[in-house]
Design a protein around this ligand. Structure first.
Ligand code: SAH
Length: 412
């Protein structure tokens, strides 16, 4: 077992607003490959390699799946309906390790931000680091997951865009973000929530993690196959059991993949729109030079399953003096005509060196009123976790800065 990469459920509770290191950061020996986050087909292959007979493979795959995803076990010894021989053979070749929680920050408003280190995929890989944010509300808990390490899109207002793409996350790495969150929040059967006073929704049938949004680092539609496989695992009713209607994939507008997302994945769609004309959108979201607004809107109108019960969310970041005038609010309403939509107005989260400011509250309210009067729900997304720098990309760069500082201190 590769215990040093497991997040420790008995770790001390984080004081609100504090950062703690939960696990050692070094990774000494080449770890055994983990089964946490694998597809059914991959688990079947693992069982075959472990010596399970062909005629038993189906049943054993179902059992293994259930232990990993329903019970969330991290120890082969607990899989009591499997023979000792199979358990031993599995443990010799594999682990059930999940990403390590390198740091956890808990905001005054209950938002939690984790920096996760993935187990290395090969000898040259140091273990990708991604951020993952948990946003609790009274009746739901939303986990914001990453699909890539870094990003290629270079949106001018997004901090992640200033960090180069390192690589796509595997389906396993995407799913394991959910598993780490479930474990830390006490969401697996028999689990205990952390006793640090942070809000975690509870009650009959309420899950700590009930919703997933692909709004962390990366462009999910540039990592389509892995996102598709990850969603199949997350939404499987015998495992993590997250309904596809509670999983939202957010894209900057990779038009050729939008139809496939609806047809093959069935996730809810969110579009990072941010501007109502091509000139401005080219500047804010350079991907627009490839796929123009008109094409993007056509793809939205044709999104499989679209209807009043399955609306598309349009995200619109509020940038002072850039895209926040009443005329632009009216243009937005015209643009979305005929599309069952929700509009999410996001106050811009500033970061060091950003060339934008967040719109004034007055401007946001006026904008929101125009959109609301046109018949759209237009919640202004309350900034969550501002005290722990929850804006896109900030935790990773903060950690990199701290490391650089630590290195400098050593050199002194
Ligand atoms: N690549 C995907 C998902 C990642 S970004 C996409 O573009 O949709 C998730 C959301 O956060 C997007 O709507 C993005 O535009 C928004 N965002 C990025 N940086 C931001 C910032 N500094 N302030 C507010 N929203 C931001």
């Amino acid at each position: 077992m590769n215990d040093h990469t497991l997040s420790d459920p008995h770790a001390p509770a984080a004081p609100v607003g504090a950062t703690i290191a939960l696990t050692p950061t070094g990774c000494e020996a080449a770890p055994l490959p983990s089964l946490a986050g694998l597809t059914r087909a991959q688990l079947t292959d693992v069982l075959r390699d472990a010596g399970v007979a062909e005629r038993e493979l189906r049943m054993r795959t179902t059992q293994l799946w259930h232990w990993i995803y329903h019970h969330g076990v991290t120890d082969f010894g607990r899989m009591l309906n499997m023979s000792k021989a199979i358990r031993a053979s599995l443990a010799e070749r594999n682990s059930l390790a999940r990403p390590a929680i390198v740091s956890e920050q808990v905001s005054r408003d209950g938002t939690r931000k984790w920096l996760l280190r993935m187990p290395p995929v090969d000898n040259r890989d140091k273990g990708a680091e991604v951020e993952c944010v948990y946003i609790p509300e009274s009746d739901r808990g939303t986990l914001c997951v990453s699909s890539q390490v870094g990003c290629t899109l270079n949106c001018s207002f997004c901090h992640t865009g200033t960090q180069k793409l390192v690589r796509n996350l595997t389906a396993q790495e995407i799913v394991s973000q959910v598993m780490v969150a479930r474990e830390r929040l006490g969401d697996f059967p028999g689990g205990q929530p952390p006793e640090d006073g942070g809000l975690i929704p509870s009650g009959e049938g309420v899950r700590a993690v009930s919703n997933i949004v692909f709004m962390g680092m990366g462009e999910p539609l540039y990592n389509f196959d892995n996102v598709r496989d990850a969603l199949a695992i997350m939404s499987d009713g015998e495992g993590l059991s997250l309904s596809r209607r509670r999983i939202t994939v957010s894209t900057a507008g990779v038009v050729p993949q939008i139809h496939a997302l609806g047809e093959q994945v069935g996730a809810m769609l969110a579009i990072s729109l941010h501007a109502t004309n091509d000139d401005l959108r080219n500047e804010l979201v350079p991907l627009n030079k490839k796929y123009r607004i008109a094409e993007l809107m056509d793809a939205c109108r044709a999104y499989p399953g679209l209807g009043n019960a399955r609306r598309i969310t349009f995200e619109y970041v509020m940038l002072k003096g850039v895209n926040d005038s009443p005329a632009e609010a009216r243009a937005l309403v015209r643009l979305l005509k005929g599309i069952p939509a929700k509009i999410n107005l996001i106050p811009f989260n500033p970061w060091p060196g950003a060339q934008y400011e967040c719109s004034d509250w007055d401007a946001i309210e006026k904008f929101s009123d125009i959109v609301f009067d046109a018949g759209y729900a237009s919640p202004v997304r309350t900034p969550r976790g501002r005290d722990i720098l929850a804006a896109c990309g900030q935790l990773k760069s903060e950690t990199e800065k701290l490391r650089a500082r630590a290195r400098l201190a050593l050199e002194d």
